[in-house]
Design a binder for this molecule. Sequence first.
Ligand SMILES: [Ca+2]
Ligand SMILES: [Ca+2]
Length: 332
Amino acid sequence: MRRISAILLCALLLLPLACAKRKPMEIGSATEPVADPIAIETAKIPEPSDATPDVTSASQIGTTGEDPPETPEAERTETPQTQAHSALPIECKIDWEQKEGELIRFDIDSDGREETISYRMDVENDDTIILIDEKEVLFDFSAQLTEVILIDLDPETPWVNLLVEIDFASDDYVTTEVHLVNGEPVKGVRTEGVSVDENGRVVVYFRTEFLGTRSCSCTCSGEALTPDTVWLDCWYPSEQEIAESFDELVEFYELQIAKRDVPCTVDGKEAKIPKDSYVYLRRINLQEKLAEICTVDGITAIIAFTEDEESWRYLIDGVSQDEYFDNILYAD
Ligand SMILES: [Ca+2]
Ligand SMILES: [Ca+2]
């Protein structure tokens, strides 16, 4: 069951006050519906020692460990121009049993007036529409809105950013950056699925077909969501998991088996991964087409690969990776 949740982190928009990291906080869930999605359950947040706790829009979404009283509608919209709200962000996951409508209120362009961010589905045209007040941002493909994250990607710009994540197929997430300039929504970069890590950094997910269909990720910076490194982290089993669940890891295609010696480099020197080695992908560099793999025996090796443009499969030394490894699972 999908849930609605929120994360408050900080970085001040309007005053050069110190930042205070905000813990993820629960807005509510489908099993525990809340009457008002804005009335957010709060989390314990350490107050910055040199900053005055804000009492404006951010605090209406939730600040300290005490549950805030419901804020009357009139008060919510009368946000002072001089507010010093902590620039969030809020992570708002969409529950598909949730009614369409208002997601959140926040002054996303820092003009002192809160915008209402909502969404609706255009069933006839199979569109998803985000509304910032009454201004429509159209996502014109068959899709399901799954998440909206408000985050200040660039403190130099006066606006905060909406990261609108849509699942346009089954678990094929596309995220579009949206912000507001002079009252008009502007669409920015489009990328794959994103999340915010515990340090408030945006993590973008990628899919690779090296050693099977795998998800990998890296942190990104700025409004262009520029990857912080060309090496993408992949999920891989821990030594403990390998020791305790070896057979399962093989059964579920999380370890591949070398069918023959595999050319590679180890510590910068030419080497070969021996036939019958069990390996896993740890990191991948899609720009330079390098894969860092480990054997369960603890050897770390770099494999250079190319991509066959016709089959979209990866080649090692000109030969399909399937000729080198067994137990590779692809997913469409
Ligand atoms: Ca505003
Ligand atoms: Ca900004």
